[in-house]
Design a protein around this ligand. Structure first.
Ligand SMILES: Cc1cc2nc3c(=O)[nH]c(=O)nc-3n(C[C@H](O)[C@H](O)[C@H](O)COP(=O)(O)OP(=O)(O)OC[C@H]3O[C@@H](n4cnc5c(N)ncnc54)[C@H](O)[C@@H]3O)c2cc1C
Length: 374
């Protein structure tokens, strides 16, 4: 699947940026659980905060393959940064696709500049794989909605200036999930617990609490009851982004393992000369390329907006590949791989989340299987 000259140029530009500006700072950001805000601003200056925004609102309007390439390259350097960006892009996509002219003009030009940061608030403590079980409610009161409830695991939770929120207009009716736009500085919106995570530590993941938070009724993005359908259609692209990120992380782990295996000597020769290690690397190389091709195919199909099965296959395969390849990379490094002196330790911790968020591997297999039933 050949890239166009323009896609190659964009990929090379972001690769150079990540190598120059991101790579050396990741370990510290991970250790301190600090999101690199200055790198975010630089990414925004390059136009990447508006990746999924149409040009008429000043956006980058990347085609699906270019969007995938950018996600892969950023995650090759720093998964936390790539995750924050792709969630911001979920929010801008919702406003672009479901908002009206006023919403787009009010929010998108500034979000293209990187501020306000966007969040996508679907999950709750008891509603993850089954978001229809959510209990957050937005009840109409005159010309305002009054929001009460709690969202959990929200990426960019404390950083966000605008939240794309999913809530029921009637808590007791599963069919009333609706999408809203909530400015984060609305009275009654609070940031709750920040999660202390295994990996993805520089990404900000928090609870968001809504207590009698009032927004204008005009901030409803979808028809009442159309929220879940909207979420799932946006998450098709989101899953391809996560598959791209998983591929990028796996590529980084593979490259480090190859370099180490060529340098490290045991029994008088580089360990790559031991067949067990050479074959491990051959498996890793093959899986990473397979993940990339599956992901790129899903991105191509998503240009026509007909890719739910392809997106799920890519997300499932690429994320499980990231876990396998990062695990094997640690093995290639031996004891050194188990220390924070080498990046493979972080890849190992970071990889796991890609099999969980935006739909677990089990849920991806359910979606794939649904397409196979008569
Ligand atoms: C770091 C991080 C960032 C996140 N960012 C966001 C965000 O920005 N916005 C947001 O809305 N959410 C976000 N999430 C939430 C994430 O999408 C959910 O954690 C995920 O969808 C799984 O839901 P759960 O954790 O409730 O697990 P559960 O749904 O409770 O699942 C537990 C286990 O049961 C399995 N399972 C559940 N149902 C089925 C089924 N029908 N068939 C087979 N197996 C099943 C699952 O696969 C899993 O193995 C984030 C989560 C994390 C950890």
């Amino acid at each position: 699947m050949k890239l166009t000259a323009e896609q190659e140029l964009i990929r090379d530009t972001i690769r150079e940026f990540v190598e120059a500006e991101v790579h050396d700072r990741v370990a510290e950001a991970d250790e301190n659980q600090q999101f690199p805000e200055d790198v975010w601003d630089e990414l925004a200056e390059l136009g990447f905060a508006g990746l999924t925004v149409p040009e008429e609102y000043g956006g980058f309007d990347a085609d699906e393959v270019t969007y995938s390439l950018i996600n892969e390259e950023i995650a090759r350097g720093h998964l936390s940064l790539a995750t924050a960006l792709s969630v911001h892009c979920l929010a801008t996509s919702c406003i672009s696709e479901f908002g009206d002219e006023d919403h787009r003009e009010e929010w998108l030009p500034a979000m293209n500049e990187g501020r306000p940061v966007g969040a996508f608030a679907l999950s709750e403590a008891h509603a993850g794989s089954d978001p229809g079980a959510m209990t957050t409610e937005a009840r109409l009161d005159g010309d305002e909605y009054v929001i009460n409830g709690k969202k959990q695991w929200i990426t960019n939770g404390a950083r966000a200036g605008v939240i794309v929120l999913f809530a029921k207009t009637d808590r007791d009716d599963r069919d009333t999930v609706t999408q809203f736009l909530v400015p984060a500085d609305t009275d009654g919106v609070e940031v709750g617990k920040k999660e202390d995570k295994l990996g993805l530590r520089a990404s900000d993941t928090t609870t968001l609490i809504f207590e009698d938070a009032r927004i204008p009724a005009s901030y409803r993005l979808t028809e009442v009851g159309r929220g879940l359908k909207a979420a799932f259609s946006i998450l098709t692209g989101g899953r391809i982004a996560i598959a791209s990120q998983a591929t990028g992380l796996a590529q980084a782990a593979l490259e480090d393992a190859i370099e180490y295996a060529n340098e490290r000597e045991q029994f008088g020769q580089p360990i790559i000369e031991h067949q067990a290690i050479a074959h491990k690397l051959a498996d890793m190389q093959t899986k990473v390329q397979a993940a990339r091709l599956l992901t790129r195919d899903a991105a191509r199909q998503n240009e026509e907006r007909v890719a739910p099965m392809a997106a799920s296959m890519a997300k499932y395969f690429a994320s499980e590949t990231a876990v396998d390849v990062a695990t094997e990379a640690v093995q290639v490094y031996g004891g050194y791989g188990y220390t924070k002196d080498f990046d493979v330790e972080r890849y190992y911790r970071d990889a796991k989340i890609t099999t969980i968020y935006e739909g677990t591997s089990e849920i991806q297999k359910e979606i794939i299987a649904r397409h196979l039933r008569d």
